[in-house]
Design a protein around this ligand. Structure first.
Ligand code: FPP
Length: 240
């Protein structure tokens, strides 16, 4: 089969923005934008794995998102619950059928103890159940902030009694410990910033911004972004 892309990211991150605007533009309640956003995520994650991208990270709920109306927060948590459950069941079925080539490990980043108890339980169950999976990784940021991640890592190292730390020590203590750095970050809906998403892990990431609202972001849009990624010359600070 002809290769679709000359090079692919190993680890891709999505800042899924524009759910609210997508809904408002259509005269719908904001929560409908989140629902369509969750569907878009499912579709994009499946597509990434089908292309052979090993690891997908996504920003589902930031430490700043608590400032939203409670009703909207509850709705997003409901979608997360549904999505995690579906992923866990899918993974369970694949593990049972021994479709090893497709099994997906679920990971999260952020302080889950602040989430509703049943959601925290569902997430922990999904993480436990998929712990042996290693073909693909779905890493969901919930109650997550990039600065908070770095502080969390440093405190962990202090507790371990480290007097002096290296970059590798920090990488290994972040919520994303063990995952490779982000190769490519995509943000939808027009804003050109990282908004506290995986700051340490994106030091050398290629960044891609599109005006498309997240619920409209489809495999066709991802193809366009990946074509651009394949053309980028990654220098990592060296002369090439
Ligand atoms: C940004 O849109 C999106 C969020 C704050 C939440 C992202 C959530 C989802 C995609 C759905 C649930 C997630 C999962 C993992 C099932 P916004 O509300 O900030 O949009 P706006 O900037 O247009 O108001």
């Amino acid at each position: 089969m002809e290769k679709k892309f000359d090079k692919l990211p190993i680890h891709i991150g999505f800042i899924m923005d524009g759910n609210g605007r997508w809904a408002t533009k259509r005269g719908l309640p904001r929560k409908m934008g989140h629902r369509r956003g969750a569907e878009a995520l499912e579709n994009i994650v499946n597509y990434c794995f089908s292309l052979g991208i090993k690891c997908v990270s996504c920003f589902a709920f930031s430490t700043e998102n608590w400032k939203r109306p409670q009703e909207e927060i509850d709705y997003i948590f409901g979608l997360l619950r549904e999505y995690i459950k579906k992923q866990r069941e899918k993974s369970e079925k694949e593990q049972k059928e021994e479709i090893k080539a497709r099994n997906i490990k679920i990971r999260t980043m952020g302080d889950l103890s602040k989430m509703p108890e049943d959601l925290e339980k569902e997430i922990n169950q999904a993480k436990d159940d998929t712990d042996d999976c290693d073909a693909y990784i779905l890493n969901i940021a919930m109650n997550y902030g990039g600065r908070d991640d770095i502080v969390y890592a440093c405190n962990k190292l202090i507790k371990e009694g480290k007097k002096e730390i290296t970059e590798e020590d920090i990488s290994g203590a972040l919520y994303s410990a063990g995952l490779p750095d982000l190769d490519f970050v995509i943000r939808t809906a027009g804003d050109i910033r990282l908004s506290n998403f995986m700051l340490y892990q994106s030091a050398y990431s290629e960044l891609y911004f599109t005006k498309t609202f997240w619920p409209d972001f489809s495999p066709k849009h991802l193809d366009k972004a990946l074509k651009e990624y394949a053309k980028r010359d990654r220098k990592f600070g060296q002369l090439k």
